[in-house]
Design a protein around this ligand. Sequence first.
Ligand code: CA
Length: 232
Amino acid sequence: MSKILIIEDEGSIADLEKDYLERAGYKVLVENDGTAGLEKALREDCDLVVLDLMLPGIDGFEICRKIREEKNIPILIVSARKEDIDKIQGLDLGADDYMTKPFSPSELVARVKAHLGRYERLVGTGRTPAEENEIVEVRGIRIDKTARRVWVNGEEKTFTNKEFDLLTFLAEHPNHVYSKAELFHEIWKMESVGDIATVTVHIKKIREKIEYNTSNPQYIETIWGVGYRFKI
Ligand code: CA
């Protein structure tokens, strides 16, 4: 599981960021003060830092510079002031991305995901085998993409190849509604045998394994007349 450090002195913003990132399956640490934040960024084995600029103690500019001297983890700058973002871009302190407050928390999650993916591809080696496995975690469902294994509330469940691919695809694209045709195209690709009714059958099988009550699904929602959506 990737670990993210949030350095942010506004409690409500830190809470919102933490909440969304945790729901996306990340382990999240929060520091409200620049000095403690920098210390944690250097000491803890974090995979990404979400950094505010105006902070008590050491400010975000200095924190960014210091982290960059020692680590190449992604740094995502979040600031209420566009001038500060312009300034840090101008100083070229090595931040990877910038967001102006207020921002959409889903946008933050999307950017974090993108940067972590890119970073992990760049780093590649130097991690223990367990950490190399690509894991997708959503509300009690843990998908190990590398080992192709799935746990639901800690209990391992067995899925066929296509069920696994379909569940993983939906879990990796939460809150996005896909039509049966889109899912069929995505999962079955060139294997044009069968038809989109196959999707319905597979969704039913997946629900039997992951849902507590299949008539009131908490994960894969049916959007009538449109398709399916994985709820986050
Ligand atoms: Ca601040």
